[in-house]
Design a protein around this ligand. Structure first.
Ligand SMILES: Cc1cc2nc3c(=O)[nH]c(=O)nc-3n(C[C@H](O)[C@H](O)[C@H](O)COP(=O)(O)O)c2cc1C
Length: 328
């Protein structure tokens, strides 16, 4: 349960909305922009625990948090409690403020290797992973789960056992994506199941995830379910303003002004420039494409701008298109 001062462990939350772990998206540039616009806590994309046990691999800058982005949580994935706990200790030493254990990933390769969402079927392993990780680190420990492996009675029972283990072992934050593992991203997230966990285990800090594409929806889910907070995932891609909207709403402001086109353009330029610090220009251009639909959504000529940005083949072309459409 979040206390009155809204803290997860020692991490203060100015608003009960955080930026999700999104593999392939939540590198430093997206995390930094989310934070700039008021997000109080961000997560890395999921990282395999075993990589942390190779000191040479861990020297790569992509595994390190930046000095100016705290607090940031490292999310890890594995199949075995001891390795997860050892990896957690490594990431804590690297400077991450929180460890998040992933028991939610539905990717077939991950499930075949008995990691991520596969472990929704193994409550004893989840409990042991949480226990050992808590012993291995002094920072807060979170868990990301789904509402079950599938819709079977056995999965229902495992889900209940995992939530109980999270409460008994003292997890600092339980983030629940309201879909089953089996469901992947199909259908709608079932927030009633998330609300039920909070009702049953009121002392647990429960965050919900699923289908949050606007500040209004995030707010509605928070107030309707009685949970502690909401995780913003796809809705934050190319849309860091969702956090300034949430912050304004949280402070009681009814109407939040749209960012001007010039501000949107500036943020896109800055996002792209940050991407070029860790990859070659043309690679940064293709990586940036993943954020284009999100950014273009706010432009009055959405489709035209999106197609133009997606057609850019070099940094120079991308800069020229942003300047032309956003007046920066
Ligand atoms: C492309 C993509 C990558 C994701 N990567 C992760 C991840 O690394 N770790 C994680 O816990 N969840 C991951 N998720 C799940 C999201 O964090 C979130 O729980 C899910 O998308 C539901 O929220 P939404 O419908 O609001 O996007 C990913 C989702 C997407 C679409």
């Amino acid at each position: 349960m979040l206390d009155d001062a809204m803290k997860i462990g020692n991490i203060p939350l100015t608003i009960p909305f955080v930026q999700a772990a999104l593999a392939g998206y939540t590198e430093y540039p997206m995390r930094k922009l989310s934070q700039r616009f008021g997000c109080p806590l961000t997560f890395t994309g999921v990282m395999l625990d075993r990589i942390a046990l190779h000191p040479k691999a861990m020297r790569q800058p992509k595994f390190h948090p930046h000095d100016d982005e705290h607090p940031v949580a490292a999310q890890i994935l594995g199949d075995e409690p001891r390795t997860l706990a050892e990896a957690a200790a490594v990431f804590e030493r690297l400077g991450y403020d929180m460890i998040d254990l992933n028991f939610a990933c539905p990717v077939p390769k991950v499930l075949r290797r008995q990691r991520g969402g596969f472990l929704m079927q193994k409550p004893a392993v989840v409990r042991e992973a949480l226990r050992q990780t808590r012993q291995a680190v002094s920072c807060p420990v979170a868990m990301k789960i789904r509402i079950g492996f599938d819709r079977s009675a056995a999965a229902e029972e495992d889900f209940g056992a995992i939530c109980a283990a999270a409460a008994e072992e003292g997890v600092d934050m339980l983030a629940i994506h309201g879909r089953t593992v089996d469901q992947k991203y199909r259908g709608k997230a079932d927030w009633s199941r998330i609300a039920e966990v909070k009702r049953r285990l009121p002392n647990l800090t429960v965050f919900g995830s699923g289908d949050i594409f606007s500040a209004d929806t995030a707010f509605e889910r928070l107030t309707q379910t009685g949970i502690d907070g909401v995780v913003v995932a796809r809705g934050a891609i190319g849309n860091p303003w969702i956090f300034s909207e949430l912050r304004a709403r949280w402070q009681g402001q009814a109407d939040v002004p749209e960012p001007s086109l010039a501000e949107q353009g500036q943020v896109m330029l800055e996002h792209f420039e940050m991407l070029t610090q860790s990859r070659a220009g043309t690679q940064a251009v293709s990586f940036f494409r993943k954020f284009v639909p999100g950014y273009a959504k706010r432009h009055p000529e959405r489709k035209k701008v999106m197609l133009a940005l997606l057609a850019a083949r070099s940094p120079e072309q991308l800069y020229a298109i942003i300047r032309a459409y956003y007046g920066v």
